[in-house]
Design a binder for this molecule. Structure first.
Ligand SMILES: N[C@@H](CCC(=O)N[C@@H](CS)C(=O)NCC(=O)O)C(=O)O
Length: 405
Protein backbone atom coordinates (compact mmCIF):
# COMPACT_ATOMS: atom_id res chain seq x y z
CA UNK A 1 0.00 0.00 0.00
CA UNK A 2 1.25 3.47 -0.83
CA UNK A 3 2.56 5.56 2.07
CA UNK A 4 0.37 8.39 0.88
CA UNK A 5 -0.88 10.45 -2.02
CA UNK A 6 1.22 13.15 -3.60
CA UNK A 7 -0.78 15.76 -5.47
CA UNK A 8 1.26 17.23 -8.30
CA UNK A 9 2.87 16.46 -11.64
CA UNK A 10 5.99 14.42 -12.29
CA UNK A 11 7.27 17.15 -14.64
CA UNK A 12 6.92 19.81 -11.96
CA UNK A 13 10.24 20.37 -10.17
CA UNK A 14 8.83 20.62 -6.65
CA UNK A 15 6.75 17.46 -7.13
CA UNK A 16 9.67 15.70 -8.80
CA UNK A 17 11.97 16.29 -5.82
CA UNK A 18 9.56 14.38 -3.55
CA UNK A 19 9.11 11.54 -6.01
CA UNK A 20 12.89 11.13 -6.31
CA UNK A 21 13.40 11.23 -2.54
CA UNK A 22 10.69 8.57 -2.14
CA UNK A 23 12.26 6.43 -4.87
CA UNK A 24 15.68 6.78 -3.25
CA UNK A 25 14.25 5.33 -0.02
CA UNK A 26 11.98 2.75 -1.72
CA UNK A 27 8.88 4.43 -0.37
CA UNK A 28 5.77 4.09 -2.49
CA UNK A 29 3.77 7.25 -3.17
CA UNK A 30 0.62 7.49 -5.23
CA UNK A 31 0.93 10.43 -7.59
CA UNK A 32 -2.43 12.13 -8.03
CA UNK A 33 -2.09 14.17 -11.24
CA UNK A 34 -2.86 17.73 -10.19
CA UNK A 35 -2.17 20.67 -12.45
CA UNK A 36 -0.25 23.65 -11.08
CA UNK A 37 -3.15 26.02 -11.35
CA UNK A 38 -4.25 27.52 -8.07
CA UNK A 39 -7.17 29.23 -9.80
CA UNK A 40 -8.52 25.83 -10.85
CA UNK A 41 -7.71 23.84 -7.68
CA UNK A 42 -10.50 25.41 -5.68
CA UNK A 43 -12.26 22.43 -4.12
CA UNK A 44 -12.65 22.73 -0.36
CA UNK A 45 -11.20 19.22 -0.04
CA UNK A 46 -7.97 20.16 -1.85
CA UNK A 47 -7.72 23.49 -0.06
CA UNK A 48 -7.66 21.62 3.25
CA UNK A 49 -4.43 19.98 2.12
CA UNK A 50 -2.97 22.96 0.21
CA UNK A 51 -4.68 26.18 1.35
CA UNK A 52 -3.62 28.14 -1.74
CA UNK A 53 -4.54 25.40 -4.21
CA UNK A 54 -0.93 24.96 -5.36
CA UNK A 55 1.15 21.84 -5.89
CA UNK A 56 2.67 19.78 -4.40
CA UNK A 57 0.53 18.60 -1.50
CA UNK A 58 0.62 15.39 0.53
CA UNK A 59 -2.03 13.24 2.14
CA UNK A 60 -0.77 10.25 4.14
CA UNK A 61 -2.53 6.88 4.21
CA UNK A 62 -2.92 7.58 7.95
CA UNK A 63 -4.73 10.88 7.29
CA UNK A 64 -1.79 13.22 8.01
CA UNK A 65 -1.70 16.08 5.49
CA UNK A 66 1.09 18.45 4.56
CA UNK A 67 1.71 21.28 2.13
CA UNK A 68 5.00 23.00 1.20
CA UNK A 69 7.50 21.12 -0.93
CA UNK A 70 10.36 21.32 1.57
CA UNK A 71 8.28 19.97 4.43
CA UNK A 72 6.86 17.14 2.32
CA UNK A 73 10.29 16.19 0.96
CA UNK A 74 11.74 16.02 4.47
CA UNK A 75 8.77 14.11 5.89
CA UNK A 76 8.84 11.53 3.09
CA UNK A 77 12.63 11.14 3.31
CA UNK A 78 12.64 10.77 7.09
CA UNK A 79 10.39 7.71 6.89
CA UNK A 80 13.54 5.69 6.27
CA UNK A 81 15.36 5.76 9.62
CA UNK A 82 18.61 4.83 7.87
CA UNK A 83 18.39 7.35 5.05
CA UNK A 84 21.62 9.06 4.10
CA UNK A 85 19.74 11.90 2.41
CA UNK A 86 19.34 13.91 5.60
CA UNK A 87 23.06 14.11 6.46
CA UNK A 88 24.97 12.87 9.49
CA UNK A 89 24.95 15.75 11.93
CA UNK A 90 22.65 18.52 13.09
CA UNK A 91 24.78 20.94 11.11
CA UNK A 92 24.36 18.80 8.01
CA UNK A 93 20.62 18.75 8.52
CA UNK A 94 20.39 22.53 9.00
CA UNK A 95 22.58 23.07 5.91
CA UNK A 96 20.34 20.78 3.87
CA UNK A 97 17.29 22.83 4.85
CA UNK A 98 19.27 26.01 4.10
CA UNK A 99 19.97 24.97 0.49
CA UNK A 100 16.43 23.71 -0.04
CA UNK A 101 15.03 26.99 1.19
CA UNK A 102 17.48 29.00 -0.91
CA UNK A 103 16.59 27.22 -4.14
CA UNK A 104 12.85 27.17 -3.38
CA UNK A 105 12.68 30.86 -2.46
CA UNK A 106 15.49 32.61 -4.31
CA UNK A 107 16.28 30.54 -7.40
CA UNK A 108 13.21 28.78 -8.79
CA UNK A 109 11.00 31.89 -9.00
CA UNK A 110 13.68 33.83 -10.90
CA UNK A 111 14.13 31.05 -13.43
CA UNK A 112 10.38 30.69 -13.84
CA UNK A 113 10.26 34.45 -14.51
CA UNK A 114 12.80 33.85 -17.28
CA UNK A 115 11.52 30.73 -19.07
CA UNK A 116 7.77 30.99 -18.52
CA UNK A 117 7.35 34.13 -20.70
CA UNK A 118 9.65 32.60 -23.33
CA UNK A 119 7.45 29.52 -23.37
CA UNK A 120 4.38 31.73 -23.70
CA UNK A 121 3.09 30.72 -20.26
CA UNK A 122 3.24 34.29 -18.91
CA UNK A 123 3.10 37.64 -20.71
CA UNK A 124 6.39 38.61 -22.34
CA UNK A 125 8.18 41.87 -21.64
CA UNK A 126 11.75 41.93 -22.94
CA UNK A 127 13.15 44.26 -20.28
CA UNK A 128 11.62 42.25 -17.44
CA UNK A 129 12.72 38.91 -18.89
CA UNK A 130 16.28 40.16 -19.47
CA UNK A 131 16.49 41.49 -15.91
CA UNK A 132 15.02 38.30 -14.49
CA UNK A 133 17.47 36.21 -16.50
CA UNK A 134 20.35 38.21 -14.98
CA UNK A 135 18.92 37.80 -11.49
CA UNK A 136 18.43 34.05 -12.05
CA UNK A 137 22.02 33.60 -13.23
CA UNK A 138 23.37 35.61 -10.33
CA UNK A 139 21.40 33.46 -7.86
CA UNK A 140 22.91 30.38 -9.47
CA UNK A 141 26.40 31.87 -9.09
CA UNK A 142 26.00 31.14 -5.40
CA UNK A 143 25.76 27.46 -6.26
CA UNK A 144 28.58 27.66 -8.83
CA UNK A 145 30.90 29.13 -6.23
CA UNK A 146 29.92 26.59 -3.56
CA UNK A 147 30.18 23.65 -5.95
CA UNK A 148 33.60 24.74 -7.19
CA UNK A 149 34.89 23.92 -3.73
CA UNK A 150 32.47 21.12 -2.81
CA UNK A 151 31.30 18.00 -4.62
CA UNK A 152 27.76 18.22 -3.27
CA UNK A 153 25.76 20.89 -1.54
CA UNK A 154 26.25 19.31 1.90
CA UNK A 155 28.93 16.80 2.90
CA UNK A 156 30.59 14.22 0.71
CA UNK A 157 27.57 12.39 -0.62
CA UNK A 158 24.24 13.20 -2.18
CA UNK A 159 21.66 14.57 0.22
CA UNK A 160 18.11 15.77 -0.07
CA UNK A 161 19.53 19.24 -0.73
CA UNK A 162 21.01 17.99 -4.02
CA UNK A 163 17.92 16.04 -5.04
CA UNK A 164 15.66 18.97 -4.25
CA UNK A 165 17.80 21.67 -5.87
CA UNK A 166 18.48 19.64 -9.04
CA UNK A 167 14.78 18.81 -9.38
CA UNK A 168 13.82 22.45 -9.16
CA UNK A 169 16.40 23.27 -11.85
CA UNK A 170 15.32 20.62 -14.40
CA UNK A 171 13.19 23.01 -16.44
CA UNK A 172 15.89 25.68 -16.37
CA UNK A 173 18.45 23.25 -17.81
CA UNK A 174 15.94 22.06 -20.41
CA UNK A 175 15.14 25.56 -21.64
CA UNK A 176 17.51 28.42 -20.78
CA UNK A 177 20.76 27.10 -19.26
CA UNK A 178 22.21 26.36 -22.66
CA UNK A 179 25.55 24.95 -23.82
CA UNK A 180 27.23 28.33 -23.50
CA UNK A 181 26.02 28.77 -19.93
CA UNK A 182 27.06 25.24 -19.05
CA UNK A 183 30.56 25.59 -20.42
CA UNK A 184 31.15 28.78 -18.42
CA UNK A 185 29.61 27.26 -15.25
CA UNK A 186 31.31 23.86 -15.04
CA UNK A 187 30.76 23.24 -11.33
CA UNK A 188 26.99 23.61 -11.26
CA UNK A 189 26.79 21.69 -14.54
CA UNK A 190 28.94 18.82 -13.24
CA UNK A 191 26.89 18.69 -10.03
CA UNK A 192 23.49 18.79 -11.83
CA UNK A 193 24.58 16.09 -14.30
CA UNK A 194 25.76 13.86 -11.45
CA UNK A 195 22.55 14.22 -9.47
CA UNK A 196 20.14 13.68 -12.36
CA UNK A 197 22.10 10.58 -13.41
CA UNK A 198 21.52 8.78 -10.10
CA UNK A 199 19.38 5.68 -10.63
CA UNK A 200 16.62 6.92 -8.34
CA UNK A 201 16.47 10.20 -10.27
CA UNK A 202 16.54 8.60 -13.71
CA UNK A 203 13.79 6.20 -12.68
CA UNK A 204 11.47 9.19 -12.26
CA UNK A 205 12.76 11.76 -14.74
CA UNK A 206 15.11 11.95 -17.72
CA UNK A 207 16.76 15.36 -17.57
CA UNK A 208 17.11 17.36 -20.78
CA UNK A 209 19.78 19.88 -21.69
CA UNK A 210 18.97 22.78 -24.01
CA UNK A 211 21.49 23.36 -26.77
CA UNK A 212 20.39 26.95 -27.11
CA UNK A 213 18.35 29.15 -24.83
CA UNK A 214 14.76 29.12 -26.09
CA UNK A 215 13.78 32.35 -27.75
CA UNK A 216 10.63 34.37 -27.52
CA UNK A 217 8.88 34.66 -30.82
CA UNK A 218 6.44 37.51 -31.12
CA UNK A 219 3.06 36.25 -32.28
CA UNK A 220 2.33 37.04 -35.91
CA UNK A 221 -0.90 38.83 -36.79
CA UNK A 222 -2.98 35.75 -37.12
CA UNK A 223 -3.56 34.32 -40.51
CA UNK A 224 -6.97 32.70 -40.64
CA UNK A 225 -6.91 29.66 -42.87
CA UNK A 226 -8.60 31.29 -45.86
CA UNK A 227 -6.38 34.17 -47.05
CA UNK A 228 -4.20 33.63 -50.06
CA UNK A 229 -0.68 32.75 -48.98
CA UNK A 230 2.48 34.16 -50.37
CA UNK A 231 3.74 31.45 -52.68
CA UNK A 232 5.56 29.01 -50.43
CA UNK A 233 9.21 28.44 -50.99
CA UNK A 234 9.87 25.67 -53.44
CA UNK A 235 10.40 22.33 -51.78
CA UNK A 236 13.78 21.86 -53.34
CA UNK A 237 15.03 25.45 -52.98
CA UNK A 238 18.72 25.22 -52.08
CA UNK A 239 19.68 26.49 -48.64
CA UNK A 240 21.34 29.89 -48.58
CA UNK A 241 24.16 28.76 -46.33
CA UNK A 242 25.32 25.22 -45.76
CA UNK A 243 23.23 23.88 -42.93
CA UNK A 244 23.49 20.59 -41.11
CA UNK A 245 21.35 17.94 -42.81
CA UNK A 246 17.91 17.35 -41.43
CA UNK A 247 17.43 13.67 -40.51
CA UNK A 248 14.34 13.54 -42.74
CA UNK A 249 16.47 14.39 -45.78
CA UNK A 250 17.32 10.71 -45.83
CA UNK A 251 13.75 9.87 -46.83
CA UNK A 252 14.26 11.53 -50.19
CA UNK A 253 11.82 13.60 -52.17
CA UNK A 254 8.20 12.56 -51.66
CA UNK A 255 5.65 12.49 -54.46
CA UNK A 256 3.26 14.56 -52.32
CA UNK A 257 4.97 17.87 -51.60
CA UNK A 258 3.96 19.74 -48.43
CA UNK A 259 4.06 23.06 -50.30
CA UNK A 260 1.30 21.74 -52.56
CA UNK A 261 -0.73 20.73 -49.51
CA UNK A 262 -0.21 24.19 -48.01
CA UNK A 263 -1.17 25.91 -51.24
CA UNK A 264 -4.34 23.86 -51.65
CA UNK A 265 -5.26 24.49 -48.02
CA UNK A 266 -4.75 28.24 -48.27
CA UNK A 267 -6.55 28.71 -51.56
CA UNK A 268 -9.65 26.63 -51.04
CA UNK A 269 -12.54 26.07 -48.73
CA UNK A 270 -11.20 23.52 -46.28
CA UNK A 271 -14.18 21.19 -45.90
CA UNK A 272 -15.59 21.18 -49.38
CA UNK A 273 -12.49 21.43 -51.55
CA UNK A 274 -9.27 20.95 -49.62
CA UNK A 275 -10.21 17.87 -47.60
CA UNK A 276 -11.45 15.82 -50.59
CA UNK A 277 -8.29 16.83 -52.46
CA UNK A 278 -6.16 15.90 -49.46
CA UNK A 279 -7.67 12.42 -49.03
CA UNK A 280 -7.27 11.77 -52.70
CA UNK A 281 -3.62 12.76 -52.68
CA UNK A 282 -2.55 11.63 -49.19
CA UNK A 283 0.31 9.13 -49.29
CA UNK A 284 0.34 7.07 -46.10
CA UNK A 285 3.66 5.52 -47.07
CA UNK A 286 5.26 8.99 -47.24
CA UNK A 287 3.48 10.76 -44.38
CA UNK A 288 1.68 10.18 -41.11
CA UNK A 289 -0.98 12.17 -39.28
CA UNK A 290 -0.67 13.15 -35.62
CA UNK A 291 -2.61 14.91 -32.91
CA UNK A 292 -0.32 17.48 -31.28
CA UNK A 293 -1.79 18.49 -27.94
CA UNK A 294 -0.28 20.61 -25.18
CA UNK A 295 0.57 18.50 -22.12
CA UNK A 296 0.06 21.21 -19.51
CA UNK A 297 -3.31 22.71 -20.34
CA UNK A 298 -3.97 23.66 -16.74
CA UNK A 299 -0.94 25.93 -16.78
CA UNK A 300 -2.60 27.97 -19.51
CA UNK A 301 -4.15 31.19 -18.32
CA UNK A 302 -5.48 33.68 -20.87
CA UNK A 303 -6.45 32.34 -24.28
CA UNK A 304 -4.35 34.95 -26.13
CA UNK A 305 -1.31 33.77 -24.20
CA UNK A 306 -2.07 30.16 -25.13
CA UNK A 307 -2.28 31.27 -28.74
CA UNK A 308 1.12 33.00 -28.40
CA UNK A 309 2.47 29.73 -27.07
CA UNK A 310 1.37 28.00 -30.27
CA UNK A 311 2.93 30.80 -32.35
CA UNK A 312 6.26 30.39 -30.55
CA UNK A 313 6.17 26.61 -30.96
CA UNK A 314 5.54 26.94 -34.69
CA UNK A 315 8.32 29.50 -35.11
CA UNK A 316 10.74 27.14 -33.40
CA UNK A 317 9.80 24.39 -35.89
CA UNK A 318 11.27 26.44 -38.74
CA UNK A 319 13.98 23.87 -39.55
CA UNK A 320 11.25 21.31 -40.25
CA UNK A 321 8.99 23.57 -42.30
CA UNK A 322 9.08 21.44 -45.41
CA UNK A 323 8.29 18.27 -43.48
CA UNK A 324 5.19 19.52 -41.68
CA UNK A 325 1.78 21.01 -42.23
CA UNK A 326 -0.92 21.43 -39.61
CA UNK A 327 -3.14 23.54 -37.39
CA UNK A 328 -3.28 24.04 -33.68
CA UNK A 329 -5.99 25.93 -31.89
CA UNK A 330 -6.90 27.24 -28.47
CA UNK A 331 -10.27 25.93 -27.29
CA UNK A 332 -12.25 27.03 -24.25
CA UNK A 333 -12.04 30.29 -22.30
CA UNK A 334 -9.60 32.23 -20.13
CA UNK A 335 -8.34 30.03 -17.27
CA UNK A 336 -10.06 26.99 -18.80
CA UNK A 337 -8.46 26.43 -22.17
CA UNK A 338 -6.63 23.67 -23.99
CA UNK A 339 -4.40 23.46 -27.06
CA UNK A 340 -5.30 20.84 -29.61
CA UNK A 341 -3.92 20.30 -33.09
CA UNK A 342 -3.37 17.95 -36.00
CA UNK A 343 -0.26 17.75 -38.18
CA UNK A 344 0.72 16.03 -41.37
CA UNK A 345 4.26 14.76 -40.76
CA UNK A 346 6.84 13.47 -43.24
CA UNK A 347 7.75 9.89 -42.32
CA UNK A 348 6.13 7.55 -39.84
CA UNK A 349 7.42 9.11 -36.60
CA UNK A 350 6.74 12.50 -35.04
CA UNK A 351 10.09 13.01 -33.30
CA UNK A 352 12.41 13.65 -36.28
CA UNK A 353 10.30 16.57 -37.49
CA UNK A 354 9.25 18.04 -34.14
CA UNK A 355 12.41 17.63 -32.09
CA UNK A 356 13.97 20.64 -33.85
CA UNK A 357 11.82 22.73 -31.47
CA UNK A 358 13.29 22.88 -27.96
CA UNK A 359 9.78 22.88 -26.45
CA UNK A 360 8.50 19.91 -28.47
CA UNK A 361 8.34 17.72 -25.39
CA UNK A 362 5.65 19.97 -23.94
CA UNK A 363 3.34 18.37 -26.50
CA UNK A 364 1.84 14.93 -26.69
CA UNK A 365 1.85 13.23 -30.09
CA UNK A 366 -0.64 10.52 -30.97
CA UNK A 367 -0.71 8.87 -34.37
CA UNK A 368 -4.00 9.06 -36.22
CA UNK A 369 -5.37 6.41 -38.55
CA UNK A 370 -6.37 7.85 -41.92
CA UNK A 371 -8.59 4.81 -42.56
CA UNK A 372 -10.67 5.44 -39.40
CA UNK A 373 -13.85 7.46 -39.96
CA UNK A 374 -13.55 9.02 -36.50
CA UNK A 375 -9.94 10.08 -37.05
CA UNK A 376 -10.71 11.52 -40.49
CA UNK A 377 -13.55 13.55 -39.00
CA UNK A 378 -11.28 14.79 -36.20
CA UNK A 379 -8.63 15.87 -38.71
CA UNK A 380 -11.23 17.71 -40.79
CA UNK A 381 -12.69 19.39 -37.69
CA UNK A 382 -9.33 20.67 -36.49
CA UNK A 383 -8.12 21.78 -39.91
CA UNK A 384 -11.36 23.52 -40.78
CA UNK A 385 -11.35 25.62 -37.57
CA UNK A 386 -15.08 25.12 -37.33
CA UNK A 387 -15.81 22.45 -34.76
CA UNK A 388 -15.36 22.47 -30.97
CA UNK A 389 -13.34 19.80 -29.13
CA UNK A 390 -14.52 17.65 -26.26
CA UNK A 391 -12.23 17.41 -23.25
CA UNK A 392 -13.25 15.50 -20.10
CA UNK A 393 -16.84 15.51 -21.31
CA UNK A 394 -16.85 19.29 -21.80
CA UNK A 395 -17.38 20.93 -25.17
CA UNK A 396 -14.83 23.67 -25.78
CA UNK A 397 -15.28 26.10 -28.64
CA UNK A 398 -12.33 27.25 -30.71
CA UNK A 399 -11.03 30.70 -29.78
CA UNK A 400 -8.03 31.19 -32.02
CA UNK A 401 -5.20 29.26 -33.58
CA UNK A 402 -2.27 29.04 -35.94
CA UNK A 403 -1.73 27.25 -39.20
CA UNK A 404 1.76 25.84 -39.72
CA UNK A 405 2.51 26.31 -43.35
N1 LIG B 1 5.52 27.51 -1.14
C1 LIG B 1 4.99 26.47 -1.99
C2 LIG B 1 4.91 27.00 -3.41
C3 LIG B 1 4.18 26.03 -4.30
C4 LIG B 1 4.00 26.59 -5.71
O1 LIG B 1 4.11 27.81 -5.94
N2 LIG B 1 3.68 25.71 -6.63
C5 LIG B 1 3.44 26.12 -7.98
C6 LIG B 1 3.97 25.04 -8.93
S1 LIG B 1 5.72 24.81 -8.76
C7 LIG B 1 1.95 26.21 -8.24
O2 LIG B 1 1.19 25.34 -7.86
N3 LIG B 1 1.52 27.29 -8.91
C8 LIG B 1 0.17 27.41 -9.33
C9 LIG B 1 -0.35 28.80 -9.30
O3 LIG B 1 0.31 29.67 -8.71
O4 LIG B 1 -1.43 28.99 -9.86
C10 LIG B 1 5.90 25.23 -1.92
O5 LIG B 1 7.11 25.43 -1.71
O6 LIG B 1 5.42 24.09 -2.06
Amino acid sequence: MAFGKLYGLAENGRTLSILVAAKHNDLELELVQTQPNAAANTSAEYRKVQPLGKIPAFEGANGFTLSEAIAIAIYVTSQNEKTTLLGKTKQDYASIVRWMSFVNSDVLGRFAGWYRPLLGLDPYNKKTVDETAKAAKSALEVLEKHLTENTYLVGERITLADVFAASLLTRAFATVLDKEYRSSNPAVTRWFTTVVNQDSFKAVHQAKFADECIKYTAPKKEEKPKPKPAAPAAEEKPAEAPKPKHPLEALGRPTLITDDVKREYSNNDVRTVFMPWFWQNYKPEEYSLWTVDYKYDSELKLTFMANNLIGGFHARLEASRKYLFGCQGVYGANYACVIRGVFLVRGQEAAPAFSVGPDWESYEFKKLDHTSEADRKYIEDIWSWEAPVTVDGKTLEMVDGHVFK
